[in-house]
Every structure is written in C-alpha cells, then in structure tokens.
Design a protein around this ligand. Structure first.
Ligand SMILES: Nc1ncnc2c1ncn2[C@@H]1O[C@H](COP(=O)(O)OP(=O)(O)OP(=O)(O)O)[C@@H](O)[C@H]1O
Length: 283
C-alpha cells in the first residue's frame, strides 16, 4: 500500500462501473417519491468519486443502486471485472450467469440486474467493500473476527481468513486491535476496522456512506487517509463515497452532485465529458 499522494486518474482510465439511466421510486403509484431519475455515472478504475447533495436528494439510493443493494426501477448497472488479476481463473466464476459478457482483451462486463439474488450477493462479497457511518460492526465479535467475516462468508478457510485479516489490519496500522471487542474501540478505530473488513476480499470498489460523519475532524481525516489509500496500489480499486462534507469531497478526484434525485451538471461523466480531474496531490 503506497502512502504518497494519489495520482490523478485520466479520462482514459477504463471504467470499472457504469450506471445507465437509473431510476428509483419509493411508495405506491399515487403517492410515490422519485428518489433517483435518469442517473448516468461512470466510475474509473482507481478513481475516488464523492456523491454530494442535500438531505433526501438520493445519494444513498444512488450508492445502493450502483452497489447492487437495491434494484433500480429503470436503467442498468454494469461492472467490468478485472481480467487476469484475480488468480486461478476466478474472473466470472462468482459472477457467472446471464449478465456476463466478454469484451475486449478478456475484460468482462456484468449486468447486476441480470444476476440472480444469490449471484449478486456473491458478487458483492467478492468485488465490493462497504463502509458505513456507524461501522456496522458486530459487537459480539472481536475486531479481527469482524474483519474476517467477508472471507468466511465467501467460503475461505478460517486459517486463511485469519492470516489475511492480520495482514490487512497491520497494513492499516491497527494490527494491535485484533483481539478487542467492538464496544472497546474509539469511533476512529472502529471505522478503521470497518475499512479493513471492506478491504479484506481485495474488492474492485469500495462504497462508503458518510464514513466520517460521526467523527471529529482530526479522526475523520485519518479515516479518510485510510480510505483514500485503498486505491493507490497498481490495479487500483475505486472509491465511491457519499458525504455532506466538502473537505471529504475535495480530496476525491471528482464530485457528483445530486438534487431531487437528478445528477446536476457534468458530474456523471468521465470520458468525453471534458470534466476536470483534480491534480495529483490534491488529497
Ligand atoms: N425505503 C424507503 N422508502 C420510502 N422512501 C424512501 C426510502 N428510502 C429513501 N426514500 C426517499 O427517497 C428520497 C431519497 O432518499 P436518500 O436516502 O437516497 O437520500 P439522501 O440524499 O441519501 O439523504 P440523506 O442525506 O438524508 O441521507 C428521499 O425523499 C427519501 O425520503
């Protein structure tokens, strides 16, 4: 894991996730709320994208839709899986199904909506990491047991999960917290555990919903450092972060702004949008 400033992601970086025309309504037809309308979004490999907007503007709905947690009423979400970097021919093995199409150079696009619920869950476990405001850690488990969980759920042996948990925690500077109960961690420590848990399966994307919202500004910065570091390795993973905090957004490569369920301005696009990419080191 590199610790220097993150390089800017050029518009030529291949997209890893692409949302096309997403729409989502809640409620009955006569009393429905349009939470998301005609949302187009492309996330580049290794890119950090902030999602901002007033309360109720659809940020969480967008995040949950692109992460395959909720099904949009309209549109589709494509994930481009890594070709040849998963080892053991794992590409597509957990994403198998009607939604997998092979593209150029062995890259595959998976249409999340075309997967069964089980396939989508398996894909989320394998490809995505999640960090929420309150950590969502299980209090009856130790810190390292929490970190191991995604691997155990994905069928890894306990010994391997334990070893990778220790490595991931140590890379985040929290190796000494493994045996702690969740209730005995500070807010910042708990968020780092949540980040370790999000990273352990080596996902392509991290989705974070207000990950620093409950923290003081210094701790928030440290947690943000840990989150932004996650994309710095070669073959970097992308980060999508919902935030109300302009300082968090300022450290991302790009900000997508929502209002009344619609993406404002040029924030959706990358290639061809002419959108400015923050210079390297802005983080
Ligand atoms: N499960 C649900 N049932 C009904 N309405 C919902 C549901 N989830 C969200 N909504 C509505 O959809 C709209 C968008 O909600 P969403 O949570 O995506 O906004 P947000 O921008 O993330 O808000 P906040 O910043 O307050 O978390 C809001 O009007 C909200 O009330």
């Amino acid at each position: 894991m590199r610790s220097g400033p993150r390089e800017a992601v050029g518009t030529e970086a291949p997209w890893v996730l692409r949302a096309e025309g997403l729409g989502k309504r809640y409620g009955s037809t006569d009393a429905s709320v349009t939470a998301l309308a005609d949302a187009h979004l492309e996330i580049g490999q290794g890119e950090a994208v902030a999602i901002m907007g007033p309360s109720g503007s659809g940020k969480s709905t967008l995040l949950h839709a692109i992460a395959g947690i909720i099904a949009p009423d309209e549109g589709r979400v494509l994930l481009r899986t890594r070709a040849g970097t998963d080892g053991g021919g794992a590409v597509g093995a957990d994403d198998a199904g009607a939604g997998v199409a092979t593209g150029t150079a062995g890259a595959r696009s998976v249409d999340l909506a075309a997967l069964s619920d089980d396939e989508r869950s398996a894909l989320r476990l394998r490809r995505f990491g999640f960090v929420f405001q309150q950590g969502m850690l299980l209090p009856e488990l130790t810190a390292s047991e929490n970190v191991e969980l995604p691997l155990l759920l994905a069928g890894f042996a306990r010994s391997e999960a334990r070893q990778r948990s220790a490595e991931t925690m140590s890379a985040l500077g929290i190796g000494s917290l493994g045996g702690r109960r969740i209730g005995r961690l500070s807010g910042g420590q708990a968020q780092r555990i949540a980040i370790a848990r999000a990273l352990i399966a080596d996902p392509q994307l991290i989705f974070a919903d207000e990950p620093t919202g409950a923290l003081d500004s210094r701790t928030a910065n440290e947690v943000l450092d840990a989150l932004l570091q996650t994309g710095r390795e070669p073959g970097a993973r992308a980060l999508v972060v919902v935030t109300h905090d302009e300082r968090v957004a300022a450290r991302c490569d790009r900000t997508v702004r929502l209002r009344d369920g619609r993406i404002e301005g040029p924030g959706a696009g990358r290639a061809g949008s002419g959108e400015a990419v923050r210079p390297g080191g802005a983080r």
